[in-house]
Design a protein around this ligand. Structure first.
Ligand code: IMP
Ligand code: MG
Length: 380
């Protein structure tokens, strides 16, 4: 059996959804293990754009691949219902291929209200993520399993209707141990949400989300038995970030506007304009080490078509060893030969060699556009 993980290597929005969707057909399960509806995974399927916030980025055209929402997630059940209804419209009966871990905690309305009231300084997506994890850690959270137990007393459960709807669409509520044998006999693809620099432990605290976005999140969700053959970290050939906090290679003014326009860098979940800058190999190397990333996937080469030289920060004056080292970091930048057309892969060699040299990680795949045909096995 072969298991892999696809993690965000930077601040999220690197194109994990696009990559996961393309790779998913070779796997039996695509498993989300962290975060909630703060994630926005954009997928183009047959030319149509889908944004998944909670559902793993499964290519549902391939009947054998199933989706699992793991126990490390915090789940807004109404949001999940809306996504399932939408997916079911395109792929009738798809709910039978969606499994939800009963040990996952839920996001309630009060969590979203608290986010709005208290987390603007972080730039929260206001999806209730922090407050839901806070209650979990405080040992006062609600698990999906608790709600299912209460279903026999519908008056007590404001979630009875939404859970019934999810069940009527065929969703299975289970746990890793209940179906461990099936997992062990399967090829598993673990899909991270957010990115290592937003991880609660290793991201640039306090400007982080509240979940485990590294390989640690896979083990924490009950999959310690799943040996990973490769851990892919996905990064763009430039860098973007939504929300507040240090961003050492950030561009400002017209240069930022131009790059934002080229990459159409607006949040998939919130629509906010993303902060933009050049690729940061100091941050990427830190993320590879902290995240457990063994291989890289680089995306969005097409947006820089026609630039004669591409700036890249190769290191900081002082190597970052801890989140604190990103505050006031001074990037040292070089320029590498650009490309006229990213689809002429020979033109990307200098850029990719530079990334491999500084991160000491091989590049496995690259992506030059939103279609699945634009993803290429670079290593092959
Ligand atoms: P929260 O997870 O909504 O509380 O947001 C905390 C920080 O993480 C904010 O800066 C958000 O913009 C950022 N964030 C959360 N989820 C994502 C994501 O999926 N992509 C990019 N940024 C994210
Ligand atoms: Mg996103």
């Amino acid at each position: 059996m072969s298991n892999i993980a696809v993690l965000g290597a930077m601040w999220g929005d690197e194109g994990k959804g696009h990559i996961t969707h393309r790779l998913s057909r070779d796997y039996d399960w695509v498993i989300r293990f962290n975060g909630g509806a703060n994630a926005g995974h954009t997928i183009y399927r047959d030319g149509v754009k889908f944004v998944h916030n909670l559902l793993p980025s499964v290519d549902f055209r391939h009947a054998n691949t199933k989706a699992y929402l793991g126990s490390g997630m915090v789940i807004d059940l109404e949001k999940l219902r809306d996504e399932v209804v939408e997916a079911d419209r395109t792929y009738p009966g798809v709910g039978k291929r969606i499994y939800v871990d009963k040990d996952a905690f839920i996001v309630e309305h009060k969590h979203k209200d608290e986010d709005k009231a208290t987390n603007a300084h972080i730039g929260s997506t206001n999806r209730g993520i922090g407050p839901a994890y806070k209650e979990k850690i405080n040992r006062s959270g609600k698990r999906i399993g608790d709600l299912l137990t209460n279903l026999n007393h519908p008056k007590d459960s404001p979630y009875a209707d939404v859970l019934k709807e999810l069940r009527s669409k065929g969703l299975m509520f289970t746990t890793v141990l209940e179906i461990e044998d099936a997992f062990r006999a399967s090829n598993l693809l673990f899909e991270g949400a957010q990115g290592v620099l937003l991880d609660i432990n290793h991201g640039i605290y306090p400007y982080v989300s509240c979940s485990d976005a590294t390989v640690g999140g896979i083990i924490a969700s009950g999959f310690a038995f799943a040996k990973l053959d490769r851990v892919y970290g996905v990064a763009k050939c430039c860098t973007t970030k939504v929300g507040e906090g240090p961003f050492p290679t950030e561009l400002h003014g017209e240069a930022a506007d131009d790059l934002r326009k080229l990459g159409n860098e607006f949040g998939a979940t919130t629509g906010r304009p993303r902060r933009v800058g050049w690729l940061d190999l100091a941050a990427l190397t830190y993320a590879c080490k902290k995240g457990g990333i063994t291989h890289l996937i680089l995306t969005k080469f097409d947006i820089l078509n026609g630039m004669p030289k591409v700036p890249v920060a190769v290191m900081y004056k002082k190597t970052p060893f801890s989140p604190a080292d990103f505050f006031n970091a001074v990037p040292l930048t070089t320029e590498v030969a650009g490309w006229e057309d990213a689809k002429d892969y020979s033109q990307l060699k200098d850029f990719i060699s530079l990334v491999e040299k500084f991160t000491k990680r091989p590049v496995g795949f690259i992506s030059c556009g939103t279609d699945e045909k634009d993803i290429t096995n670079w290593a092959a």
